[in-house]
Design a protein around this ligand. Structure first.
Ligand code: AHG
Ligand code: MN
Ligand code: MN
Length: 334
């Protein structure tokens, strides 16, 4: 009746290999995992418990919030503020950073998250997810400010996502490859089901919102034109297209069967450098994709090397199968 490796066992065994590990990180991850299980349960029950639909509020980015955006944000905060592993948090749904309340002990990590990614899909019962990134709080800092969060993605200690789809999955990296776990609802545990996930270097599948085509820059136009031209075009191959509008679902597809995902720079709103947020969408997903052998770029630079200027900063994102990402990057150089 052995059930397999739980995510907790997996993390403890991984931490054991690191000299000086105190168990703090394992414990933090456990709290994040609990939050994902609670959100999964809410998303799964949906209309039965009245969590679908739109709230009467906007977040700091001017986006209308779904009820479940607010609930998921609350769940992540409540699950993580009490234990003493965090110095502060930052969320897509919080204007400012969230300091750990004075009644709780403070810890050495910073947690950044997108509580519900792809939330425009929640009411139509299409996959959504939670994305998170863990940074170290700079040495000696006990009352972190926004500036303490503005570290490049290469400094991430851990990145992961939960995908609430037909199954609920958790995909994680601590900088030593990428592993995937499936939630067994009967026992309430995530079980290792996808060890050592890798992104194939080549692909014939691309994901982009083509309703923005007229606003794209020339290199992305060229890449997509060549894909659409199929066998008769420059690539001499047929391509397939997908667009779920949940980055978590797109990245998971890429980790499963390869592909390229693009939310590139465009001229739709010149005040925005891209749509996706650097610190809780692009950086964690870039770490996961790179750890799985893929690549991630804005088209002009490696996303994880960018020095952030704001917790809600937006960036162009081009990630997935290495050879395809490199091709799009080379078109930007041409
Ligand atoms: P969020 O729901 O957290 O705001 O993120 C949605 C993001 C991302 O998941 C997805 O790839 C993209 O926005 C979809 O954008 P379009 O609606 O422009 O296609
Ligand atoms: Mn998102
Ligand atoms: Mn979101």
């Amino acid at each position: 009746m052995y059930n397999g490796v739980t995510v907790t066992q997996f993390i403890i065994e991984e931490q054991r290999r690191l000299p000086g590990a105190t168990g703090d990180f394992t414990s933090l991850l456990n709290d994040i995992v609990t939050a994902c299980k609670v959100i999964s349960n809410g998303v799964n029950k949906g209309a039965l418990i009245g969590v679908l639909g739109t709230a009467e509020s906007e977040n700091v980015q001017g986006e209308t919030q779904k009820k479940m955006d607010i609930i998921a944000n609350d769940v992540v905060i409540k699950s993580n503020e009490w234990a003493g592993h965090l110095a502060a948090m930052a969320s897509e749904e919080e204007d400012d950073i969230y300091p750990i309340p004075a009644r709780y002990p403070k810890g050495k990590y910073l947690l950044l998250f997108d509580p519900l990614d792809g939330s425009s899909n929640i009411d139509v019962n299409i996959s959504v997810g939670t994305i998170f990134s863990i940074l170290r709080c700079p040495d000696g800092v006990t009352e972190p400010t926004k500036e303490d969060f503005l570290q490049p993605g290469t400094e991430q200690v851990c990145a992961g996502y939960a995908l609430y789809g037909p199954s609920t999955l958790l995909v994680l990296t601590t900088g030593n490859g990428v592993n995937g776990f499936t939630l067994d609802r009967d026992i309430g545990e995530f079980i290792l089901t996808n060890p050592n996930m890798t992104v194939p270097a080549d692909t014939r599948e691309f994901a982009i919102n083509t309703s923005n085509q007229r606003f794209w820059e020339e290199p992305v136009q060229r890449y997509v034109d060549e894909c659409l031209a199929g066998k008769e075009g420059a690539r001499g191959e047929e391509f397939n297209m997908r667009w779920v509008a949940s980055m978590v679902a797109e990245v998971h597809r890429i980790l499963t069967r390869g592909g390229i995902f693009m939310y590139p720079k465009d001229t739709k709103d010149p005040s925005k450098a891209g749509k996706l947020r650097l610190m809780y969408e692009a950086n964690p997903m870039s770490m996961i994709v790179e750890q799985a052998g893929g690549a991630s770029s804005t088209g002009r630079e490696r996303i994880m090397e960018m020095k952030p200027n704001d917790i809600h900063q937006r960036v162009p994102v081009i990630l997935g199968s290495k050879n395809e990402v490199e091709r799009v990057v080379s078109y930007h150089k041409d």
